[in-house]
Design a binder for this molecule. Structure first.
Ligand SMILES: [Mg+2]
Length: 232
């Protein structure tokens, strides 16, 4: 028996495309360097993750602030209320998000294997992340019992306790478990330290880290191919 645990954002769907598209829609300009935009936006996201997970601030308000900070640091032309507008546009885009056909196809095959248990470990505000589970139709492959949202726990990624919690939920030991995610520090590093196997979807093409994952891929196409090769 093996367990495969997925992150949601930028793993099961491409969040960064939507974040940039929302900014471009509101500002009416093309973001010159999307990698730099995402790097700054995600750096700002680290700052108040704990307040977000505890429900002290809403995802919408915090995204508005992250947008304005990113606009400011990149020298993009913006007005004070553009951050909030971009956050609205992003939420609107999110409400139409879907799992790609290629990924759905490989998840269908993996989910049929009786020797595989599928889990999700996702960071964020409880209601917001559970909404994504619904919008993306993730219950087609994942049972709610095997989904952990950090906002429902006292911990945040990459706390060791979250991996232990998942080992108990899936009733599997570290050597039988795989963590699959896009964020090296949040998803992959902690899993390696807990002796899990890892697959890193390195969407932003970051350099190799000190402790290498079992598998690294750069694009959605490579990601789907790697899942098919390893798990079907
Ligand atoms: Mg992610």
């Amino acid at each position: 028996m093996r367990g495969i645990v997925f992150d949601i954002d930028d793993t099961l769907y491409c969040r960064q495309d939507m974040l940039v598209k929302a900014a471009e829609t509101v500002l009416g300009v093309k973001v010159p360097d999307w990698r730099e935009f995402i790097r700054i936006f995600y750096e700002k996201s680290e700052i108040n993750m704990a307040a977000l997970e505890s429900g002290e601030v809403s995802t919408h308000d915090i995204n508005g602030w992250r947008y304005n900070e990113t606009f400011r640091l990149l020298g993009l032309p913006y007005k004070q209320d553009d951050g909030g507008k971009a956050a609205d546009t992003y939420l609107e885009l999110q409400s139409h998000m879907v799992i790609s056909d290629g990924l759905a196809g490989v998840l269908d095959k993996i989910a049929k294997d009786p020797d595989i248990r599928l889990g999700i470990l996702t960071a964020g505000e409880s209601r917001h992340q559970w909404n994504k589970v619904g919008m993306l139709g993730l219950n087609r492959w994942f049972s709610n019992d095997y989904i952990i949202v950090t906002g429902d726990t006292p911990y945040t990624k990459p706390d060791k306790e979250l991996y232990k919690m998942m080992e108990e939920r899936l009733d599997l030991s570290p050597s039988d478990l795989w963590m699959i995610g896009d964020n090296y520090d949040k998803d992959i590093k902690g899993a390696i330290e807990n002796n899990w196997h890892t697959l890193w979807l390195n969407r932003r093409g970051l350099p190799d880290p000190e402790h290498l994952p079992d598998i690294s891929v750069l694009t959605d196409e490579e990601f789907i191919a790697a899942l098919a090769k390893e798990f079907t």
